[in-house]
Write a protein that binds this ligand. Structure first.
Ligand code: HDE
Length: 682
């Protein structure tokens, strides 16, 4: 346990204390507790002789090492997690009996794991992909897992197709290429031949699939769940997470470059934000539909390829989650956490969404192989914070020592305990939905419209977003070797938007479709990221400065940026300290070799005395790249010539000023805007 850990711990944090071990300052021992006198040399028959079997310490050490790895998740293998707390703004009592959604005085501990879907555990963070957004609420009534994504719809409607979909998008089996990418033949073959994918593919091609940060993306429960209140009345509900920093993305070139320069970009961003006290916050929203209105929409509300447009069914914000603590150990917590959409509490129930139904089977099943047996609920990160009692026994790695001889129900020897709880005592009761029908392998007619909402999404995009979507199609399909698949995809997306399909066709060398188009003219402004929240809080600024800088100016700007909640980092020719005209010493954080423009939200040019020609050249590239990524660039006095060399002065989002007050204000505004799309890039 680290010394600086605060006292105001959550219930979960206190529980984890019992499992934390700090080896610092201790003697080295075997796992049996035997002190080790020599950990350098194995036991040998003679100094140059063979190692002996009886060297139990060597064997234990090596065997444990040989078994350190567990299977990575079959999807969502690469992830990063943090602890936090959820607080409720207003009681949801009219809709649900769930206590953590009723009592505004409660703070519920949470653990959130963000992930990519397709790549292996060691793949890059910034690839084009869906992001997982899984939250475990440790409530007093048991764990509730909201296992969502950052995209509100899914590729398929029925879970039976999930293995096919995942096989198609994962690296191709004959050569295991490409890693963490959908830009290959099998994925697009799947898309063209399973056209329910159309809507989700539009999202995947959009900027949503390359988020700027886990802290700046939305989360969605995707499925329609059910709320059930104390009177037993049910409501359909969809869950949303809204980041308070707004919903922002990278651009493709930047994401691509980051994948090489800093494959850990998103995990580093989350880790550092929490370490630096910029705690990520997400508001929880719910869309609620009365049971009577189940059929009031022009889509089926049980179809996971559909959204409920926010303008038609408003998102009610009911609480906020704050992530305020990094993990102590990634394997123990992030890797071993086991989420399951079937982990619910009284007041939250399922619907007949066939995708959700399949997930209810898959998640326990996968943990059995990944975590090695049925006792994964005993792993510290998975343990509920409330007591749990039942007659389940034994199995690999059982930790609990269940005393007594009774492990069955009903019994008289233990007074028939553990006993069932009535609903009044908090017992879970499945919602008694009336269901009737023939056993059929079929899909409801109401699930057959695959294109209307794909068009709705397209219609809702700004021109910039539309261009990014087109570029993404051109990139992805440009990587598809089969001309037939390219043609099939173009013909398919002609049903979404004819102009889009024609533009794709032109770029990828297939016939432009003659027919298609859509009569959907509706748009949903909430879908465009242009309409999100904007904030400069926690934005990173590369401050480029050399020896002999203007102390007064730099001190003023740095303190103003920090006061506005931004994170400036100093980049210079060498590590160490640099000295200003008045003698101020400044510690350098990076050189241009260790930092790239893609790692920052903005650039501030300060300069100093110009001695190093090579550095100047490298910096010209740095600014050029930041400019081409539409990022804010600021320069004061001596830094201005650096901007002029590249002819960027006067361009949108490029702020230059002699007066520091004006500069700081305008630069802050430029950073808050995130990107300057009105800039012309040639
Ligand atoms: Fe998952 N999914 N999924 N999924 N999923 C898994 O469970 C599965 C789906 C999601 O950070 C696996 O523990 C099926 C939708 C997240 O640990 C596995 C179907 C959504 C995570 C599995 C879906 C998700 C997973 C792999 C279609 C958004 C990572 C490892 C019926 C609502 C959780 C594991 C973490 C992980 C199955 C579709 C989200 C195999 C069968 C839709 C965020 O059980």
């Amino acid at each position: 346990m680290t010394d600086e850990r605060k006292d105001n711990k959550t219930k979960k944090d206190r529980q984890l204390d019992h499992f934390r071990v700090d080896d610092k300052g201790k003697k080295l021992t075997t796992n049996q507790g035997l002190k080790i006198s020599n950990d350098q040399f194995s036991l040998k028959a003679g100094e140059r002789g063979p190692t002996l079997m009886e060297d139990f310490h060597f064997r234990e050490k090596m065997t444990h090492f040989d078994h350190e790895r567990i299977p990575e998740r079959v999807v969502h293998a690469r992830g990063f997690a943090a602890h936090g707390e959820f607080e409720l703004y207003e009681s949801m009592q009219p809709f649900t009996r769930a206590k953590f959604l009723q009592d505004v005085s409660l703070k519920t501990p949470v653990f959130v794991r963000f992930s990519t879907v397709v790549g292996s555990r060691g793949s890059a963070d910034t690839v084009r992909d869906v992001r997982g957004f899984a939250t475990k609420f440790y409530t007093d009534e048991g764990n509730f897992d909201l296992v969502g994504n950052n995209i509100p719809v899914f590729f398929i409607q029925d879970g039976i197709k999930f293995p096919d979909m995942v096989h198609a998008i994962k690296p191709e089996p004959h050569n295991e290429i490409p890693q963490a990418s959908s830009a290959h033949d099998t994925f697009w073959d799947f898309v063209a031949n399973n056209q329910e994918t159309a809507h989700m593919v539009m999202w995947l091609m959009s900027d949503r699939a390359i988020p700027r940060s886990f802290r700046m993306m939305e989360g969605f429960g995707v499925h329609t769940f059910r709320f059930v209140n104390e009177q037993g009345k049910a409501f359909f509900v969809k869950f949303h997470w809204k980041p308070t920093l707004g919903n922002h993305s990278l651009i493709w070139d930047e994401a691509h470059e980051l994948a090489g320069r800093d494959p850990d970009f998103h995990r580093r961003d989350l880790w550092e934000a929490i370490e630096n006290g910029y705690y990520p916050e997400f508001e929880l929203g719910v869309q609620i539909i009365n049971e009577d209105d189940e059929f009031a929409f022009d889509f089926d509300i049980l179809d996971a390829t559909k959204i409920w447009p926010e303008e038609d069914v408003p998102v009610k914000i009911i609480g906020k989650m704050t992530l305020n603590r990094n993990v102590d150990n990634v394997f123990a917590e992030t890797e071993q956490v086991a989420f399951h959409p079937g982990h619910v509490v009284p007041g939250i129930d399922f619907t007949n969404d066939p995708l959700l139904q399949a997930r209810l089977f898959s998640y326990t099943d996968t943990q059995l192989i990944r975590l090695g047996g049925p006792n994964f609920h005993e792993i510290p990160i998975n343990k509920p914070v409330c007591p749990f009692h039942n007659n389940q026994r034994d199995g690999f790695h059982r930790q609990t020592i269940n005393v007594g001889k009774v492990s069955y129900h009903k019994n008289s020897l233990a007074g028939n305990t553990p006993s069932e709880a009535s609903v009044a005592e908090g017992g879970y009761q499945h919602y008694q939905e009336k269901v009737e029908g023939r056993k059929v392998q079929a899909r409801s007619e109401s699930f057959t419209d695959h294109f209307s909402q794909a068009t709705l999404f397209w219609n809702s995009m700004s021109d910039t977003e539309k261009k990014h979507i087109l570029d993404a199609f051109l990139f992805e399909l440009g990587k598809v070797k089969s001309k037939s698949i390219r043609q099939q995809v173009v013909d398919m997306f002609a049903h979404v938007d004819l102009d889009l399909a024609v533009a794709i066709a032109e770029g990828i060398g297939v016939k432009p479709p003659q027919t298609g188009g859509s009569n959907i003219t509706k748009a949903s402004p909430a879908l465009s990221q242009i309409n999100t929240t904007y904030s400069s809080l926690s934005r990173t600024v590369a401050v480029i400065v050399t020896e002999g800088f203007n102390d007064t100016e730099l001190e003023y700007v740095l303190s103003s940026l920090k006061a506005s909640g931004m994170q400036p980092e100093i980049i210079s020719e060498n590590l160490g300290t640099i000295t200003g005209q008045r003698g101020t010493q400044l510690e350098v954080d990076h050189t241009h070799l260790t930092a790239d423009s893609v790692s920052f939200d903005a650039v501030y040019m300060v300069r100093g005395s110009d001695k190093n020609k090579k550095f100047n050249k490298d910096i010209a590239y740095f600014i050029d790249e930041a400019f081409s990524h539409y990022k804010p660039i600021g320069a004061t006095n001596e830094g201005i010539p650096w901007i002029e060399i590249n002819k960027f002065d006067g361009k949108p989002g490029v702020v230059t000023a002699q007066d520091m007050n004006t500069f700081v204000q305008k630069f802050n505004e430029a950073i808050t805007k995130h990107r300057h799309w009105d800039r012309e890039i040639v």
